[in-house]
Design a protein around this ligand. Structure first.
Ligand code: GLN
Length: 312
């Protein structure tokens, strides 16, 4: 499967890019979730985890941040595991939108399904498919799945969760529309509560790179050795990350970076190099599409230098 890279090379190149991106001051923390606006603009970390479980990390690697939309691929993978692809895709499509992550025009014209599980409407729909008799049970199912992918326990950021819950009028509007079209069968507020909570799970860039490395390793967690997802579940997840993970810049990302990736408005971005490694980073200064400037640039640069595009 293509070229293999020495640990020394990966570490060296990552460090160089970290140093050069540290100067990048572009962008600002997200403000539409009030608690996220308080983020420290200086925080910056990059991490890489290989499919053998080797870890390289630079910068603020101890700093935790909320996953936000970087949770969407993992959430989708749990929906697949819970309900199977046929049922999941009767509720959510597989087409990129060319629209922002929180677009209100997120439902397909005939089926009224959200276009894909990587945007808010699609992730709210996949949240509603997670098994459990209560919101707590559903949230714990998601948290446990993420923990298996990360190989460690993950805590909730209560402040960010409550801040989003109090201000999420747009996500509520999208959910009411889905309820009207019967795409959302569960209770709206209960589904949103679970969705907000899983968006507010805390990770470090090493944790996120570890979760990405599990995807790179066909679903087997590189350190615990547990087969968390099947290779089929992983390949569906990666396909959708590739075409839809970066929203209205997914095309540009595919063209310039050539890797399945996902961003979140907290300033997290991760990408997967199948068979080799996962890479992730955090810096809260985001662009107008919701992607961290420093981390997107870093991954783009890293891919260019090491020729990582899946088509290379
Ligand atoms: N929790 C955020 C929202 O629903 C996630 C969006 C994102 O990270 N792009 O708006």
């Amino acid at each position: 499967m293509g070229q293999s890279f020495s640990s020394t090379l990966l570490k060296q190149e990552l460090e160089k890019i970290f140093v050069s991106q540290q100067k990048n001051q572009q962008g600002h923390p997200a403000t539409y979730i009030p608690e996220l606006a308080k983020a420290n603009r200086d925080h910056f970390s990059l991490a890489l985890v290989t499919t053998q479980g080797e870890v390289f990390a630079f910068g603020d690697k101890e700093v935790h941040f909320t996953m936000q939309s970087t949770s969407k691929p993992f959430l989708y993978s749990l929906a697949l595991k819970t309900k199977g692809p046929a049922f999941v895709h009767s509720k959510v499509g597989v087409e990129p939108t060319g629209e922002a992550f929180n677009s209100i025009i997120e439902l397909e014209e005939k089926s009224h399904r959200p276009f894909n599980p990587m945007i808010n409407s699609g992730a709210i729909a996949t949240t509603s498919l997670i098994a459990g008799d209560s919101t707590d049970e559903k949230f714990i199912a998601i948290q446990s799945h993420f923990q298996e992918l990360a190989g460690k326990s993950l805590e909730l950021d209560e402040k960010v969760y409550l801040s989003e819950k109090a201000t999420a009028h747009r996500n509520r509007a999208i959910s009411y529309l889905m309820k009207y079209f019967n795409v959302l069968e569960e209770d709206i507020e209960e589904t949103l509560d679970v969705y907000f909570r899983q968006c507010s799970l805390l990770v470090t860039s090493v944790d996120l790179a570890m979760m990405a490395a599990t995807l790179a390793n066909k679903g087997r967690q590189p350190q615990t050795g547990k087969q968390v997802l099947s290779p089929e579940e992983v390949s569906r997840t990666l396909s959708l990350m590739f075409t839809c993970g970066m929203y209205d810049s997914a095309g540009e990302w595919a063209f310039n970076v050539g890797l399945p990736a996902k961003s979140g408005v907290s300033g997290a971005v991760f990408a997967v190099v199948p068979g080799k490694f996962g890479i992730a980073g955090f810096s809260p200064n985001i662009d107008d599409k919701g992607h961290s400037y420093r981390v997107s640039e870093a991954i783009k640069e890293f891919s260019k230098i090491l020729n990582l595009s899946i088509f290379s």
